[in-house]
Structures are given as C-alpha cells and as structure tokens.
Design a protein around this ligand. Structure first.
Ligand code: BTN
Length: 324
C-alpha cells in the first residue's frame, strides 16, 4: 500500500468525522507539510477533502474511480474476484485476461479497465467503452466440461449480470437470447465468452462483461443513440460501479456453485424467467446465415434456443442473433 492509499484509509475510517493532522502525521510517520502535499494530490485526482485548521481533514466525496482496495473491501466472494486488476486504459480487457490465463492465473481472476480503446463485441463488432462510465470487465473461467457446454456459461453469466442489475437498481432488465441485457427494448449490457481450446478440451474461457452504467444520453455516439441505454438513464440516478461489480461477482459465484452441484437445469429455469425472448415471435440468423422464423419456446439442455415454426417444427439456434 502506498502513502496515498494509507492516507485514504485513515480518512475513510473517520467516515464523516475529521481526523487531525497530528494523528495522520503520527500514523504515517510523515510531517504535516507532507500530509498537506498529499491531500492536494488527492484533490487533483478528484477527491473532495475538507481541511480545517482546528479539526483536521475530512473526506467528503471520492471520484468515481475503480480502486482495487475498495473493490477488495466490498467483494465477499471466495473465488470470484480474489485477484482483481484495474487498468486505467487498455485495448480490450479480454486480451489482458487471456494473457493472465496463459500465465496460469486462477479461475475468478478479474480484469477491469476505466476505458477500452478497442473493446470487442460479439460477431466481430466493436464495443463502445468510454472512460469511467461503465463496467468493462473480463473474468477468467476454468471449466471442466467439454467445449460443447460453454454456451451454458454464456447464459449463466447473463443471468448473473441481470440479477445483479435488478438487485442493485430495481430496474427490470431482461435477457435477449443469447445474452444481451435489455431495458425497455434498448441494450444496457452485453456478454462475450471466448474460449481457448486444445483437442476439444477447454483450457480456459474469458467471460467479458460490458455494462453501460453511468452514460448520459449525450455520451452515446449517433449509431448507438437509438439502440443503447444506461442504468443511470433508466434508473434516474448514478450507480456506484464498485458496488455493482461486487454484486455481479457474488451472483457469478453463487450461480457457478449451483451449476457445479445441480447442472444446467436450474440455470436454464432462471434464464427463462428473466428472458424477454421466451414465447415471443422471433427471426433468427444462425451462424451459417440460415434464416428461421417462429416462436421461442425455451432452451435445450445444451443452452441452444429452441424455435418452433408455424409448421410445428422445432429448430435449434446455436449461435447468431435474433430479432424480436
Ligand atoms: C456484445 O454484446 O457484443 C458483447 C460485448 C462484450 C463487451 C465486454 S467489455 C469487457 C470485455 N472486453 C471486451 O473487449 N469486450 C468485453
């Protein structure tokens, strides 16, 4: 821990009370002038700290920046988020998480970034990841099941993020197959699961989660302005990203436990209950470019979407996008 972090820790302990310069000086073994310099540095970083010559210093508010120390304090999980890396700017957290997985980082390792310069979406699309406004996060998974089961992990991740959003904001996000999260028909979050394999064996998966948290209407570029939305726009208030990350990790851990103990069936039931796709008329474009139309009737045991056509034929959609 550096001196900044220790100073912040002391101010946080005091919560809304002043902490005297004398006490800080004693605990950090630095002069009062050094403290004053550090306080000014913290103010430059966006911390609002009140200074009173009689009473000392009081932390009024913090910048909305992701910090490992605060995340670690809030994360209550046993494996998810035991190791968290926060980057200021990166190309894509997917790449960073992959490099760490190659080096042997354990399941549950999390990489977060304040901004991504080339965030990746599904099907080769770009993912808009502006600084400080969202959660751009990749989690290392080390599944033991064969490759054919990895779509189930995508759906599990979608359920985890959807439940976390509902729990924390009260906003009724729903899942559009396979794992777009929508609010009032607009996309608020997307999930990209990438796998590294060797002879049909999964070496690891990276679950990439993007959540538009505190974007304002004017933050969206033209091409996203009619299709995207944020939690702040929908809930009407700013959301603390750190708390939401902790809740997503909690949900991931709980659902992964359930999945390990009872298999995919309970996850599929939760998914179906949160889905906006079920029993709706959908048009699907499969990975092979084949167009199918019908009613979404549920998930099959592998996690594929079952569509029933007007002729009563059931078709499995394994990959691709659907239109509602
Ligand atoms: C999609 O809906 O197309 C999936 C979007 C996934 C975006 C996340 S943000 C964190 C991680 N890093 C990336 O480059 N992509 C994923």
């Amino acid at each position: 821990m550096n001196n900044h972090e220790r100073l912040l820790g002391i101010l946080e302990e005091g919560s809304s009370d002043y902490v005297s310069g004398e006490e800080i000086s004693r605990r950090l073994s630095v002069s009062r002038t050094a403290i004053w310099k550090q306080i000014n540095k913290l103010r430059e970083l966006g911390y609002n700290i009140d200074a009173s010559s009689r009473r000392g210093y009081r932390l009024i508010s913090r910048p909305d920046r992701l910090e490992v120390s605060r995340l670690s304090d809030l994360v209550t999980t046993q494996s998810f988020g035991q190791r968290i890396i926060v980057l200021d700017s990166t190309v894509s957290t997917q790449q960073d998480a992959m490099s760490l997985a190659e080096e042997g980082a354990p399941e549950g390792t999390v990489v977060l970034a304040e901004e991504q310069t080339a965030g990746r979406g599904r099907q080769g699309r770009k993912w808009y990841s502006p600084r400080g406004k969202g959660i751009w996060m990749s989690i290392i998974l080390r599944p033991t099941q064969p490759l054919a089961f990895t779509p189930q992990l995508t759906l599990l991740t979608g359920v985890a993020v959807c439940r976390a959003i509902r729990r924390l904001t009260g906003v009724e996000a729903g899942i559009k197959w396979p794992n777009d999260l929508l609010i009032h028909g607009r996309k608020v979050s997307g999930i990209l699961l990438e796998s590294a394999t060797e002879d049909q064996r999964v070496r690891y998966c990276i679950a990439g989660i993007g959540i538009d948290v505190n974007l304002n209407v004017e933050d969206y570029p033209e091409e996203l302005s009619h299709v995207g939305t944020s939690l702040k726009i929908e809930a009407g208030f700013e959301i603390d990203r750190t708390t939401l990350i902790a809740v997503v990790l909690e949900e991931m851990e709980q659902l992964s436990k359930l999945y390990a103990e009872q298999g995919f069936q309970p996850i599929a039931m939760l998914w179906e209950a949160l889905s906006v796709t079920m029993n709706r008329s959908v048009r699907a474009h499969t990975g092979q470019g084949v167009a199918v139309e019908g009613t979404a009737v549920g998930l099959d045991p592998s996690g594929a979407l079952m569509i029933e056509t007007d002729l009563g034929e059931r078709i499995q959609v394994i990959s691709g996008d659907i239109q509602l």
